[in-house]
Ligand binder design. Structure first.
Ligand code: TPP
Ligand code: SF4
Ligand code: MG
Length: 306
């Protein structure tokens, strides 16, 4: 496990980029390069990151990066992986870095195809829970009750469980992460780099602009998402489920913070009724019954159940 002291000093996300203050995805991009260095090729579809990187011919990324159509981050990666293989280049990690809209909605077919073919790449869905680049419309990853411009009185549907959809593809590595736990993310990236085949990382990235909170709250909100048990850090490696710290200490319900503490600082949940807040708390507890069962039966490969 890498420690902060061991992280490289080099920066490949350069200063002066165009993200909003306190942008969670930008913080995680910096961590991504700390983990993988510059031997990466990035496939980025239309999303906030295409703004963060800057308009051509300027860029704030010191790595090769291909902007690709909204739905095509995984398809482009398959092509690049095939080209690198043809040229016998094997020290480059291909990474698709796509938003939640570009993953759970429009990009899901290309991603599913790449996973089924076993394309050797890391796919990262950075999830700010809305279509940020176009002004914050709801996506399939927007949580129940959240305000967006297209859900002015709060979304009425639940968040799509994308990591489990990817687990159903029986790929070797599926994991969740959060901007607020950088070492966890970095270690998972380094592990994923060593595994052959398709690796999927679903990264919760707080977004002050869309979540309607102060830009100083980014890291705190990510922590509250995890410590309330709403966002769970886990890995599914070859079908084996494992909780990661600090989620592994939250199986006991009394250790989890009330989810209200996560909602209160965020303007997007301002209209949440007491009933809705209670409903969400109940769903969290039900989901944890499932995590608890998976944790207490470590020999049970979850793919066997799918
Ligand atoms: C086919 C197509 N439809 C719509 C758009 C407009 N568009 C560009 S970025 C974007 C939102 C992306 O949302 P997400 O993937 O969640 O990334 P974020 O902006 O939140 O980082 C949309 C709708 C587009 N570029 N292409
Ligand atoms: S809208 Fe959100 S994700 Fe997009 S650049 Fe701003 S803070 Fe980052
Ligand atoms: Mg988004």
């Amino acid at each position: 496990m890498v420690t902060i002291k061991e992280l490289p000093k080099e920066e490949y996300l350069l200063k002066g980029h165009a993200a909003c203050a306190g942008c969670g995805p930008a913080v995680s991009l910096r961590h991504l390069y700390k983990a993988l260095g510059n031997k990466v090729m990035m496939m980025v579809p239309a999303c906030c990151t295409t703004v963060i990187q800057g308009p051509y011919p300027y860029t704030s990324f010191a790595v090769p990066l291909q902007n690709i159509l909204f739905e095509s981050a995984a398809a482009a990666a398959s092509g690049v992986v095939a080209a690198l293989k043809q040229r016998k280049i094997n020290d480059v990690t291909v990474v698709s870095w796509a938003g939640d809209g570009g993953t759970v909605d429009i990009g899901i077919q290309a991603l599913s195809g790449a996973a089924e073919r076993g394309t050797d790449f890391i796919y990262i869905c950075y999830d700010n829970e809305a279509y940020g680049n176009t002004g914050m419309q709801r996506s399939g990853a927007t949580p129940y009750g959240a305000w967006t411009t297209t859900t002015p009185s709060g979304k009425r549907e639940r968040k799509k469980d994308m990591p489990l959809i990817m687990a159903a593809h029986k790929i070797p590595y599926v994991t969740t992460a959060c901007t607020s736990y950088p070492l966890d993310f970095i270690n998972k990236l380094r592990k994923a780099r060593e595994i052959r085949g398709t690796k999927y990382i679903h990264l919760l990235t707080p977004c002050p602009t869309g979540w309607r909170c102060d830009s100083s709250k980014t890291i705190e909100l990510g922590r509250l998402a995890v410590l309330s048990g709403l966002w769970v850090l886990y890995e599914i490696e070859n079908g084996r489920f494992k909780l990661n710290s600090p989620s592994d200490k939250l199986v006991d319900k009394t250790k989890r913070k009330p989810v209200k503490e996560y909602f209160t600082p965020q303007g997007r949940f301002r209209g949440l009724s007491a009933d809705d807040a209670e409903r969400i708390q109940k769903w969290i507890d039900e989901d944890w019954d499932q995590y608890s069962r998976l944790t207490s039966a470590p020999d049970l490969a979850i793919y066997g159940k799918l």
